[in-house]
Design a protein around this ligand. Structure first.
Ligand code: GLC
Length: 780
């Protein structure tokens, strides 16, 4: 933390505003005729050749200039070869003079028209596209502010921002230059694939300027009927979110830093003593020997292999931090190996580039080289041989304690035989590090990987979960986490969370409790706190707070089958787990910028309390019927309702007729889940659901296959018919009992299971199945 001042005094660097003055830009003119080369149409230009390629019916690539390196985001094999006809087919054209335009047609209407390409005297390129201010914009990855990103200029440059993140903060740790636009003709997506510094300037009137400081303006333009279609296409292009191991969906505890193996044991014991669940515990930088990566403090962490074993037996995984900075110490094996094989990023003079970070003077692996990735992967044996199965990649922007907060612009990476300046590929560094880490777990543990990262670029969803970095224990940061995580999900990154309780500053009981009540719905549920701050393990605020916190944590575990199902959907289609309110009903003005409530999947509406002293709030309920969890009654949607709430809980609504797979509480996912609960929410005549379950660990879930449970019901005035079928031929689930939880309102009406009255002897595929009339709050 001593670096605080140095790091915080460089929030604005002069080069970040370079080229923003339009008077320094000149129009790029194209004078030759278009040439059709296979699927691509090209126009020659000595500096900025232009090519437009139709990749599929609703996806085109527009590339201005030549990309410097092969894309780290786009998976070429996944791009469909031949266009097919679709109603939202994307079409493009240019005018026969020296202008050109992309015209995206849906129902005969143009969506985006360019007013041309501009260049500056350096290597900057600027593309201006008409974009009405009234069209809301979502996505852009990890950004501060509200849900709708219109009206501001956004820069993509991975940065370790220790200053309090506020609305004025632009660059953060992740760069995902992907925006989705709700036009009046359906949805349009634009992904800019350039790992150097880039910008989407949405502060212009009725226009967006997309710019890069160097390299190509390599754009992918999509159209879709819904935003879900865009995310599906985008994650076909850049890869689907990885399917995490089940344990990673449990509660995770962290602190900078637990200082000894004994302290770690005491913390785990604290969870058990307070009847709180725990699946993972992090070792922050103090676990290392002088901050040397792949080492452990020889005294305080001497017994780590035993610790890992004992905790694993308790159902708790140990996750050590692995930073990329390697200490310059001639007696340290990682440094020695890297030096003798030339594995480190070089300075312009050809020596290893040096800078200061936690270990003092350090050097950085050049993850752009496959041989360096292989070496780094192998170094993980140090930990995986102890039984460690998950890693935390931090400081991988990469962060350096210098004026620039990162490597020099002219530091060199060796990529496919060429030396490439760091500034051209900066944003890709963290992603490549995570890929190396994830492949280490797969290779050495033969398990699904879990990597938590701070930095990333488009495509990071393939290999790591993301947390939003050094937030604060403040109501502002609690509030900010909602639109930030929603937009991450709309940018293809489903597995995200903010440090629950806040990293810097001391958390207070009410703030902490409200954060846990929200955080049990974060896809990643992790509590983390900075060195020197008040303790914030979940029992630290005493009663009555601990009981409230416990309720939220237990709820998380009851929801795990539903959450796992959402993760599987994300893995197969890219769909986010947290969904903005407009997801359910587009074209509703109220929800366009709704940043304080969200959907957890399609069945649960979460309205967190985000202000101190809040005991009531307005909640927007989309059209249809909703079941208020606290009041145990149906409420009509299509309106704002006033939800009164004590400190015990936050307003939660279940969609009428939804069917949710749930579980009884257990204190770790390692404990067998003996019962599967199927909750049917009142308020509909019929419903259907398919639930798939597997061991939650096997690397390739397609090979592992799964158990399939399908359920449907139909309610008539005389009876309710439920149909359940279970296929366990490929995987035998842990659960030996299925409990069907049906609304109290069904009492007095016979309930048939697969045509027979349900009773104590009912079975489905050999498994006992029973019925309970319950209120949803009994199971949540
Ligand atoms: C960075 C991380 C933080 C971590 C600290 C020490 O500030 O963002 O989470 O605790 O470094 O490793």
């Amino acid at each position: 933390m001593t670096e605080l001042n140095t790091r915080s005094s460089f929030a604005v660097q002069p080069e970040r505003v370079l080229g923003q003055d339009q008077s320094s830009q000149h129009r790029v003119c194209y004078r030759s005729n278009p040439l059709v080369v296979r699927d691509s149409t090209r126009i020659y230009h000595d500096k900025h050749p232009l090519s437009v390629t139709q990749l599929s019916a609703n996806l085109i690539r527009v590339c201005l200039g030549e990309p410097l390196i092969a894309s780290v985001a786009v998976l070429p094999a996944t791009i469909p070869d031949h266009p097919t006809d679709l109603p939202n087919r994307i079409e493009w054209s240019w005018l026969p003079d020296d202008q050109w335009q992309i015209a995206v047609h849906r129902h005969g209407q143009g969506l985006a028209t360019s007013r041309g390409l501009y260049a500056d005297s350096a290597d900057g390129l600027y593309l201006y596209l008409a974009l009405p201010d009234a069209w809301p914009v979502y996505g852009l990855g990890e950004k501060t502010g509200e849900l709708n990103k219109q009206g501001k200029k956004w820069t993509f440059w991975n940065s370790d921002v220790f200053l309090p993140h506020s609305d004025a903060t632009d660059e953060l740790y992740q760069s995902i230059p992907f925006m989705t636009v709700s036009t009046d003709q359906g949805w349009m997506g634009i992904f800019l694939d350039n790992p150097g510094r880039s910008r989407f300037d949405l502060s212009l009137t009725d226009e967006v300027c997309i710019s890069v400081d160097g390299g190509a303006l390599d754009l992918y333009v999509f159209t879709g009927e819904t935003i879900g279609e865009l995310i599906d296409l985008y994650t076909q292009l850049t890869g689907r979110p990885f399917l995490p191991p089940k344990w990673a969906l449990g509660y995770q505890q962290s602190r900078h830093s637990y200082e000894s193996g004994q302290e770690v044991r005491n913390i785990v014991e604290g969870f058990r003593r307070h009847d709180l669940p725990l699946d993972a515990l992090y070792l922050d930088i103090l676990c290392m020997d002088g901050y040397r990566v792949f080492s452990l403090d020889p005294k305080a962490f001497a017994q780590t292999p035993e610790l890992v074993d004992d905790l694993l037996a308790e159902g708790v995984r140990v996750i050590p931090i692995v930073d990329p900075g390697v200490k310059r110490d001639p007696h340290y094996r990682v440094y020695q190996q890297g030096m003798s094989a030339d594995y480190f990023v070089q300075s312009a003079q050809g020596d290893p580039w040096q800078g200061r970070v936690w270990p003092g003077e350090s050097v950085w692996p050049d993850f752009f080289q496959p041989r360096v990735q292989a070496w780094w992967q192998d170094l993980h044996r140090y930990y995986t041989d102890m039984g460690i199965q998950g890693f935390w990649n931090d400081m991988n922007e990469p962060a350096v304690f210098n004026d620039r907060m990162t490597l020099d612009a002219d530091a060199l990476h060796h990529i496919d035989g060429s030396a490439v300046a760091h500034e051209s590929v900066h944003n890709a560094y963290g992603l490549l590090m995570c890929e190396s880490t994830a492949s280490a777990i797969v290779a050495q543990c033969a398990q699904r990987p879990f990597v938590l990262t701070r930095a990333g670029y488009a495509g990071i969803q393939r290999s790591a979960a993301v947390w939003t970095g050094d937030n604060r224990s403040s109501w502002e940061h609690l509030r900010m986490s909602v639109p930030m995580l929603l937009n991450m999900g709309l940018s293809g990154v489903a597995f995200t969370g903010a440090d629950i309780g806040g990293f810097m500053d001391d958390s207070r009981p009410e703030l902490f409790t409200r954060w846990m009540q929200l955080g049990c719905f974060y896809p990643l549920m992790r509590n983390h706190c900075a060195i020197g701050q008040a303790r914030q393990e979940p029992w630290c605020f005493a009663e009555p707070w601990t009981a409230r916190v416990r309720q939220a944590m237990h709820r998380r575990y009851k929801l795990l089958p539903y959450l796992y199902q959402l993760f599987r959907d994300a893995h197969e289609t890219g769909l986010p787990i947290l969904r903005p309110m407009f997801w359910l009903e587009e074209q509703v003005e109220q929800t366009e910028n709704m940043s304080d409530q969200f959907m957890f999947g399609d069945a649960l509406l979460i309205a967190p309390i985000l202000v101190a002293g809040g005991v009531a709030r307005s909640v927007w309920l989309p059209k249809g019927l909703w079941h208020s969890l606290a009041e145990d009654r149906s409420v009509l949607g299509g309106q704002f309702v006033l939800a009164q709430t004590g400190l015990e809980d936050i307003p939660i609504y279940l969609k009428a007729g939804a069917i949710l797979p749930l579980a009884p509480y257990r204190h770790s996912t390692a404990r067998a889940q003996k019962e599967l609960r199927i909750l049917i929410v009142d308020g509909a005549e019929h419903g259907r659901m398919l639930f798939r379950d597997d061991d939650g660990l096997t690397v390739n879930p397609a090979e592992n296959r799964y158990a399939r449970l399908s359920i449907g019901y139909h309610k008539s005035p005389a009876q309710v018919e439920c149909h359940l079928s279970l296929d366990r031929s490929y995987y035998k689930p842990e659960w030996q009992l299925i409990t069907l939880g049906v609304p109290q309102a069904w009492k007095g009406r016979p309930v048939l299971l697969n045509g027979e009255p349900i009773n104590g002897r009912s079975k489905v595929d050999g498994l006992r199945c029973r019925l309970q009339y319950i209120s949803p709050s009994a199971w949540l």
